[in-house]
Write a protein that binds this ligand. Structure first.
Ligand SMILES: [Zn+2]
Length: 176
């Protein structure tokens, strides 16, 4: 998961207009109270952060990483991270898997899209792809303490409930 640092907190609550520096005021717009600039047209629309997670299966086992940073440090997770500007969701997914696990992959298909509210990042939209392994060497990379394939009968607790759902509810029906 790519670290977003202090900016991820600041972006949730601007106090000043990022364009002209005027203090923001709250006002209703399109049915929601939003922070707006009284001097220019800036409106602080708050949107979920788009992220992508990858499912790589080898001999019936699912690739997981042990997170090396917060949130969820020390817990197992699907490899995942925020999509960068200029990337498609699939490209972001492939990059995160490469950075965290060393494996080269290609997208097979979309598995799931879900929304999670994180105390750390706020609202996050998670796009989950089934990937095919095409190369690389398995090794724990950026932000990962460990990487390992887990059989479905030997799954550890996963850091995000939506990931558990993917592994327990969606993967068993892949061939249906
Ligand atoms: Zn302004």
């Amino acid at each position: 998961m790519r670290e977003r640092g202090l900016c991820s907190f600041m972006i949730k609550d601007f106090h000043f207009c990022p364009f002209c520096g005027t203090a923001l005021i709250s006002r209703e717009l399109e049915g929601l109270i939003r922070r707006c600039c009284s001097a220019c047209d800036f409106v602080h629309f708050k949107n979920p952060l788009p992220s992508a997670a990858g499912v790589v299966i080898r001999d019936g086992s699912v690739l997981l990483i042990k997170r090396g940073i917060e949130p969820g440090k020390g817990h197992w997770s699907l490899p995942s991270g925020f999509i960068e500007e200029g990337e498609t969701p699939g490209e972001g997914c492939i990059r995160e898997v490469r950075e965290e696990t060393g494996l080269e992959t290609t997208v097979i298909k979309l598995l799931d899209v879900f929304h999670v509210t994180s105390n750390f990042y706020g609202e996050v939209l998670v796009i989950v792809y089934l990937l095919e392994e095409i190369g690389g060497d398995l090794q724990a990379g950026t932000d990962a303490e460990d990487v390992r394939f887990f059989h479905k009968n030997d799954m550890p607790f996963l850091h995000v409930r939506g990931f558990t759902n993917v592994v327990t509810e969606i993967l068993p029906h892949l061939d249906d």
